[in-house]
Design a protein. Structure first.
Length: 313
């Protein structure tokens, strides 16, 4: 036994350090790939694969009931002549570029309020966050009742100020504002992110500004806002991306009505693919939406140097 132990010890110590390190590294690489394999399979099966197949569909005429046929650029030409494309882009842009800033401002103000040392702030934080984890369909059903022109809560509230009841979901001028109002229901995640940023502000900078004679508004405008600007950029970028993909609310509440006032791009893609069975044309619209989101995100990131402060990162 002693002889065997001595031989084993000699074998271990006789292995060059570089070879032992290479062996350990190979084991770590193998384990890493094995652990990442489920995620990689999911990405290939449910993300990269469908994207590549949608590129193939761009040149195909297929209604899922017969074999697909090559149609060249006919689907792209149809995109240029489709009036509903312009309507859906306008509806989506209206919802996005008005709703996202409103949600950011409200989330930031709530975060500031809930960052104060007030009694029961943990309860308030929970109350304001809970709506964001409510299922989208359930939220839509609730808001259909809240926006009811006869007995809805929203009309009851504005009636206190002498405003006549509004047919929110059946009157085209009010349909998109109703959806923007509904989107304010889900600002919980943005509020939490802002709150985390506010709680990590360097106190010495705020104290230095106070010593220099800055009042509360000046400290907020010149210290707090710049220090959370990177978080504002994150919330703004993610808000833009998610708003361009709004679907569940319009699908459940209005199906694009009234008079296409809530026909958003993703809902139009769904209708094109699964109501009218034009899969190739739906793929073209999907890639157009992808290009729009990429372009808007690129513009956002290009102008960040003008207003985003990265000292905290």
């Amino acid at each position: 036994m002693a002889s065997f132990a001595e031989n084993s010890s000699d074998t271990v110590h006789s292995t060059p350090p570089r070879r032992r390190y290479a062996g350990l590294l190979a084991v770590e690489n193998r384990d890493g790939w094995l652990l990442a394999l489920p995620f990689l399979i999911g990405v290939l099966a449910f993300w990269a694969g469908p994207m590549l197949y949608s590129l193939f569909l761009v040149t195909q005429d297929w209604n899922m009931m017969r074999p697909s046929e090559y149609c060249g650029l006919d689907n792209i030409v149809r995109l240029l002549d489709d009036e509903l494309i312009g309507v859906s882009i306008w509806n989506t842009a209206y919802y996005t570029f008005i709703g996202v800033p409103l949600r950011l401002v409200l989330a930031f103000l709530l975060a500031i309020a809930l960052n104060q040392n007030i009694k029961g702030r943990g309860i308030f934080r929970t109350v304001f966050y809970l709506p964001s984890i409510t299922p989208a369909v359930a939220s839509a059903v609730i808001w259909v009742q809240m926006l009811n022109p006869e007995f809805g809560v929203v009309n009851n509230i504005i009636g206190i100020f002498g405003i006549e009841p509004i047919a929110w979901l059946t009157n085209p001028p009010y349909a998109k504002p109703a959806f923007i109002l509904m989107s304010l229901w889900g600002i919980g995640p943005q509020m939490v992110i802002f709150l985390a940023a506010l709680q990590n502000l360097p106190p010495e900078l705020i104290e230095a500004a106070q010593i220099d004679g800055a009042n509360g508004w000046q400290r907020f405008l010149n210290v707090t806002v710049p220090l959370v600007s990177s978080v504002t950029l994150f919330n703004f970028t993610m808000g833009i991306i998610s708003s361009f993909q709004v679907f569940a609310a319009s699908f459940v509440m209005t199906r694009g009505g009234p008079q296409n006032a809530t026909l958003f791009l993703v809902l139009y893609i769904y209708d094109t693919a699964f109501r009218f069975y034009r899969m190739g044309y739906a793929a073209v619209i999907s890639w157009m939406l992808f290009a729009i989101i990429m372009a808007v995100t690129f513009i956002q990131l290009k102008v960040t140097d003008r207003w985003v402060y990265y000292e905290m990162s």
